[in-house]
Design a protein around this ligand. Structure first.
Ligand SMILES: Nc1ncnc2c1ncn2[C@@H]1O[C@H](COP(=O)(O)OP(=O)(O)OP(=O)(O)O)[C@@H](O)[C@H]1O
Ligand SMILES: [Mg+2]
Length: 252
C-alpha cells in the first residue's frame, strides 16, 4: 500500500485539485483508493460533493479515536473518502499529549481494515500538527509547485522542513514534485520548471498540470474533472500524472 501525502505549506498551489483528480484517476484505473481530507477548509470534501452537516470525519478519528473505517464513505467506484469533519480546526489547537500527538494519523491508518492500493492525504497550507501527522503517516510525498516566482521561493523552505523532520526522526519519505497551474506559453513558468528540475533531478514528475478553467470550475459542482469534462485537457493531464505516479516517471 502506498501512502502519499500531498503537501505544500504554500496556499493555492493545487494540492486539493491534485489530490481529488489524481485519486479519481487512480480509482478509474482499477486501483482501490482511500483519500483523506486533512484540511479544516474541507475543500476536498466539498469538491467531491460529499459535504454533509455534522458528518463524522478525520477530526473524530484524531480527536475521539473513531476508527478510520467508520469515518470512510464511498464517493466513487473504487474510491472512499474520509471527510474533514467539523472539528478539524480544533485539532490544531489541542495540546497536552506530547510527541505522540504527531503519530495519531499514522496509527489510525495502521488500524484501518479497508484493503487499499493507495491512500492519498490532502494537507492544509500550514506546517502545523496536521501537516506533521500527514508527513509521519505517509511513505511518499507529492509537492505541487505552481509556476510563479514565489512558489519557487517557498519550495526551498518546504524542503528544509522535510530535511529537518527526516533528520530528527531518522526516516526518509520519497518526494515527488509536480508542476501545477502551468502555463507553457509563459517564459517564467518554463524557467521555474527548469529550475525545479535542476535542483531536484529525478524528482519532478513528467506531466505538468496545465492551467485549465475546467479544473477550477468542477469543484463548484461537486465533481472531479472526470465527472465534469472527461475530454478536457485537465483530465488528460491528471490521467498522465496517475501513470507517472504508478510508474515513477520523472524528468531528469
Ligand atoms: N491546473 C489548474 N488550472 C486552473 N485552476 C486551477 C488549477 N489547479 C488549481 N486551480 C485553482 O486554483 C485554486 C487553488 O487550487 P487548490 O485549492 O487545489 O490549491 P491548494 O493548494 O489546495 O490550496 P490551499 O492551500 O488553500 O488548500 C482553486 O481555485 C483551484 O480551482
Ligand atoms: Mg487545499
Amino acid at each position: 500500500m502506498r501512502i502519499i501525502a500531498v503537501i505544500n505549506q504554500k496556499g493555492g498551489v493545487g494540492k486539493t485539485t491534485t489530490t481529488m483528480n489524481l485519486s479519481h484517476a487512480l480509482a478509474q484505473q482499477g486501483y482501490r483508493v482511500l483519500v483523506i481530507d486533512l484540511d479544516p477548509q474541507a475543500n476536498l470534501t466539498v469538491g467531491f460533493g460529499a459535504m454533509q452537516k455534522s458528518q463524522p470525519g478525520i477530526a473524530d478519528v484524531l480527536i475521539d479515536s473513531l476508527s478510520a473505517d467508520d469515518a470512510a464513505i464511498d464517493v466513487r467506484p473504487n474510491l472512499a473518502l474520509i471527510p474533514a469533519g467539523d472539528r478539524l480546526g480544533e485539532f490544531e489547537y489541542l495540546r497536552g499529549k506530547g510527541a505522540q500527538y504527531g503519530f495519531l494519523l499514522q496509527k489510525s491508518i495502521r488500524d484501518y481494515q479497508g484493503e487499499k492500493d493507495y491512500i492519498l492525504i490532502d494537507c492544509p497550507p500550514t506546517s502545523g500538527i496536521l501537516g506533521m501527522n500527514a508527513l509521519l503517516a505517509a511513505n511518499e510525498v507529492i509537492i505541487p509547485v505552481a509556476g510563479d516566482y514565489f512558489s519557487l521561493h517557498g519550495l526551498s523552505r518546504q524542503m528544509l522542513i522535510f530535511d529537518y523532520v527526516e533528520s530528527t526522526l531518522h526516516r526518509q519519505t520519497k518526494k515527488w514534485l509536480v508542476m501545477t497551474r502551468y502555463n507553457e506559453r509563459r517564459k517564467l513558468a518554463r524557467e521555474v520548471r527548469e529550475n525545479v528540475v535542476h535542483y531536484f533531478p529525478n524528482r519532478v514528475l513528467q506531466t505538468s498540470i496545465r492551467e485549465t478553467v475546467a479544473l477550477a470550475e468542477s469543484p463548484a459542482y461537486g465533481k472531479t474533472i472526470f465527472d465534469y469534462r472527461k475530454k478536457n485537457r485537465g483530465a488528460d493531464d491528471y490521467r498522465h500524472l496517475a501513470d507517472d505516479i504508478i510508474g515513477g516517471r520523472v524528468t531528469n
